[in-house]
Design a protein around this ligand. Structure first.
Ligand SMILES: [Mg+2]
Length: 339
């Protein structure tokens, strides 16, 4: 069996041993680097790509055990097989060599047949390890992609219902722990059925993509999350967002919709596509659960629809975005309430 050529680092303080080994290895088609000390070997290891190290145990200055430990520290995620060479035919040396990071052991004088067999075995290990690393990397990438796909809406590339539910549970936990206000918004496209019936489902999909892009634009803080909740419904999770902050957010969203209009030929509300939304904002406590939040947001969404659509309604403030615009700033109210 012909082995693949390797670049082998020979480390031995005796020139005759290096010469002898180098000749054997070159005859087998390998290339060699030679070092007479641990320090010189360390330098060569840093400068060259080394496939395998043959390492003498006893050397003046730093010994082979020391060098093996240094090599293991420096190679990072790579793995370079280390075979110790020693005249000391004692089990304790074998044990120390493996402890220091060695993979195998050869007794001097080295038999060419045994050396050749060990190199074959090491090459097989290298191949298996590389295969394993590749497979593991492919698995990791495939898993990441699967996880991503399972929580992503294919049309809008936003989160999907499952991603939204996961994130909402997480947001409730986190805001409860930190005692921060959490805002949940459910919104949908006004008279979307009429849009689809007039312009067709392909254009309906374009419309949902358009809304998705606008929602992504406004949900831009790292913790904000937006998902297509189903059909023409979207959900937004805004941690650290107060009631008043949520209303300001909703007005900015409506303004952005107005700046990027999309004609709606059959809407009783407007000549462009509009959306309505329900807002709920709470500082979660032990009684807060996801179902209640969704019910509140849904109820608020219903109120927004009932009050004429193209607006967002807050469950806790019991007012919509138009009324909020007219109302005095929250700071004034607080000032009046304080004696
Ligand atoms: Mg020696």
């Amino acid at each position: 069996m012909q082995s693949h050529p390797m670049n082998i680092l020979l480390v031995d303080d005796q020139p005759s041993v290096r010469l002898h080994l180098a000749q054997q290895l070159r005859m087998k088609g390998h290339t060699t680097l030679e070092a007479e000390s641990a320090d010189q070997a360390l330098q060569l290891f840093g400068e060259h790509k080394v496939d395998l190290v043959l390492l003498d145990v006893i050397m003046p200055g730093n010994d082979g055990y020391w060098l093996a430990r240094q090599l293991r520290e420096r190679e990072g995620s790579r793995w370079t097989p280390i075979i110790f060479l020693s005249a000391l035919d004692k089990e304790i040396d074998l044990w120390r060599g493996i402890q220091a990071g060695g993979d195998d052991y050869l007794i001097k004088p080295i038999s060419p047949v045994v050396l050749s067999a060990k190199l074959h075995a090491m090459q097989r290990l290298i191949r298996m390890r590389n295969q394993l690393m590749r497979t593991s990397e492919e698995l990791h990438i495939a898993n990441q992609r699967l996880t991503h796909i399972s929580v992503q809406d294919q049309l809008t590339k936003l989160g999907n219902r499952r991603g939204f539910d996961d994130r909402l549970h997480e947001a409730v936990r986190q805001c409860r722990r930190d005692q921060h206000a959490l805002t949940l918004i459910l919104c949908d496209v006004d008279h979307f059925k009429r849009y689809n019936d007039t312009l067709g489902h392909v254009q309906g999909d374009r419309c949902l993509e358009h809304i998705g892009r606008i929602l992504s634009t406004v949900c831009r803080r790292p913790m904000d999350y937006v998902a297509r909740y189903g059909g023409e419904e979207f959900g937004m999770i805004l941690p650290n967002t107060s009631r008043s902050g949520a209303m300001t957010f909703a007005r900015a969203l409506l303004q952005l919709m107005g700046n990027q209009p999309m004609p709606h030929p059959d809407s009783p509300v407007s000549n462009v596509v509009t959306i309505s939304g329900g807002i709920t904002t709470v500082v979660p406590d032990d009684d807060t659960n996801v179902q209640h939040l969704l019910m509140r947001a849904d109820e608020a969404l219903y109120s927004a629809k009932a009050q004429g659509r193209n607006r967002f309604f807050s469950f806790e403030m019991q007012m919509d975005t138009f009324e909020h615009l007219m109302a005095p700033p929250a700071a004034t109210l607080t000032a009046q309430a304080t004696p």
